[in-house]
Design a protein around this ligand. Structure first.
Ligand code: KG4
Ligand code: ZN
Length: 338
C-alpha cells in the first residue's frame, strides 16, 4: 500500500511517499525559515501563501524520486491539525482534491501523532507500549502509548512549550528566529551555573511543566546589565541546563510510574544534543531504552504524516474523507481524542 503524506501545519511544507512493504520511498521538505526570519516569527498569511507555491513542485519532486506514477497512490494522509488554520487548509485542500481525482481515500492526521510515531520509522523501531515525550515548538507532553491511536496524556506544559521557551529566550539574547538550534549552539560555548535559573516544577511530583517563568528569569538577567557575548553564552548554557534537566527527569519518572522501559522522544527539541545526552545517561542507569527519530525527521516533515496514515489504515482506525471532497481542519485538537 502506497501512502502520500502532506504536512503544512506551520512553516515547513513536507511531502513524502511511504510504502507499507518497502518503507519510506522518498520525502522532501521546504523550510520557510528564511522567509519568516525578518519578522522574528512565523507570519501566518505568508506561511499559507508559501505552502500554496511549494506543494505541487514538492509533490512532483517526490514522485520523480520514487519512480512511481500518481495513479499508484493508494491513500493520501494530510495534517488536519493542530496548527495554523490557513496553512492547514492548504495541505487539506490539496490532499482532498488529489484524493478525489485519484479516487483514493484522504486521511486527516493529527500532527503530534505523526511526531509521536516517527521513531517507529527508524531501523530498529521501538515496540508498544512506551512512554512518548513530545517536545516541539507548540507542545510539551508526556503520553503513555499502548498502540496506534491509544494515547493517554500523563502531563503537559501549563504555559509555553519547551521549543517556544527556547525560541523566546533566543530572541531575548538577540539570536533571531528560529532560536532553538541557535541557542543550543551558543550554549556549547558557555558555562552553566554562573547565572542561576530555576528548574520549574522539577519537584512537583507530577508530569506537568511550566517554562514561562524561565523565560522571565532570562529577561530579568538581560535587563539587569549589558551582557557581553560571554555572558550570553553562559546564560544560554544555564537555560539549556534548566530545560533539559526538568524534561529528562520527568520523562524518566513517567517511565518508572508506568513501569515501562521504552521512551520515545519526538518533536523539534528532540534534536537538542544536551537533552539527548541527559536522557541517554539517565535511561542507561535505569534500564530504559530511548528511541529518537532520525535527525531529519525530528522537525516537521511529510514522512511522519504518511507513516501515521499507513499505520492507521493498517489498524483499521483511519477516518477517511473519500467521496464528496469535504474536509475540515482543526487548528486546536487534543491528541488524546483521536
Ligand atoms: O516539531 P517542530 O519542528 O515544530 C512544531 O511542531 O512545533 O519543532 C520546532 C521547535 C522550535 O521551537 C525549535 O526552536 C525547536 O523545535 N528546536 C530546538 C532544536 N532544534 C529545533 N530546540 C532546541 N535545540 C535544538 N537543537
Ligand atoms: Zn511539529
Amino acid at each position: 500500500m502506497l501512502v502520500l503524506g502532506i504536512e503544512s501545519s506551520c512553516d515547513e511544507t513536507g511531502v513524502a511517499l511511504y510504502d507499507t512493504q518497502q518503507g519510506l520511498l522518498a520525502h522532501a521538505v521546504h523550510s520557510q525559515v528564511a522567509m519568516h526570519e525578518d519578522y522574528g516569527g512565523v507570519v501566518p498569511e505568508l506561511a499559507s501563501r508559501d505552502h500554496i507555491r511549494r506543494l505541487v513542485p514538492l509533490f512532483e519532486q517526490v514522485l520523480a524520486a520514487s519512480g512511481l506514477a500518481k495513479t499508484e497512490i493508494d491513500a493520501i494522509a494530510y495534517t488536519a491539525g493542530p496548527g495554523l488554520a490557513g496553512a492547514l487548509l492548504v495541505g487539506a485542500s490539496f490532499a482532498t482534491s488529489l484524493a478525489l481525482a485519484l479516487g483514493v481515500p484522504a486521511l486527516p492526521i493529527h500532527h503530534l501523532e505523526g511526531h509521536l510515531l516517527s521513531p517507529l520509522l527508524a531501523h530498529d523501531p521501538p515496540v508498544f507500549p512506551f512512554i512518548a515525550l513530545l517536545v516541539s515548538g507548540g507542545h510539551t507532553q508526556i503520553m503513555r502509548v499502548t498502540g496506534v491511536g491509544a494515547y493517554a496524556l500523563m502531563g503537559e506544559s501549563l504555559d509555553d512549550a519547551a521549543g517556544e521557551a527556547f525560541d523566546k529566550t533566543a530572541q531575548l539574547l538577540g539570536l533571531g528566529y528560529p532560536g532553538g538550534p541557535a541557542l543550543a549552539k551558543l550554549a556549547e560555548t558557555g558555562t552553566p551555573g554562573r547565572f542561576r535559573l530555576p528548574r520549574p516544577m522539577l519537584t512537583s511530583g507530577d508530569f506537568m511543566f511550566s517554562f514561562s517563568g524561565l523565560k522571565t528569569a532570562v529577561l530579568t538577567a538581560v535587563r539587569e546589565r549589558a551582557l557581553t557575548d560571554a555572558d550570553k553564552a553562559d546564560l544560554a548554557a544555564e537555560f539549556q541546563e534548566a530545560v533539559t534537566e526538568v524534561v529528562a527527569a520527568k520523562a524518566l519518572a513517567a517511565c518508572r510510574q508506568a513501569c515501562l522501559t521504552t521512551l520515545v522522544v519526538a518533536g523539534g527539541v528532540g534534536a537538542n544534543e544536551r537533552l539527548r545526552e541527559r536522557l541517554d545517561t539517565a535511561a542507561k542507569e535505569r534500564g530504559v531504552r530511548v528511541c529518537y527519530p532520525e535527525l531529519a525527521l525530528c522537525t516537521d516533515n511529510g514522512a511522519m504524516i504518511a507513516f501515521a496514515g499507513a499505520l492507521r489504515l493498517q489498524a483499521g482506525l483511519a477516518e477517511t474523507t473519500v467521496g464528496n471532497g469535504a474536509f475540515v481542519v482543526k487548528p486546536r485538537w487534543p491528541l488524546a481524542t483521536t
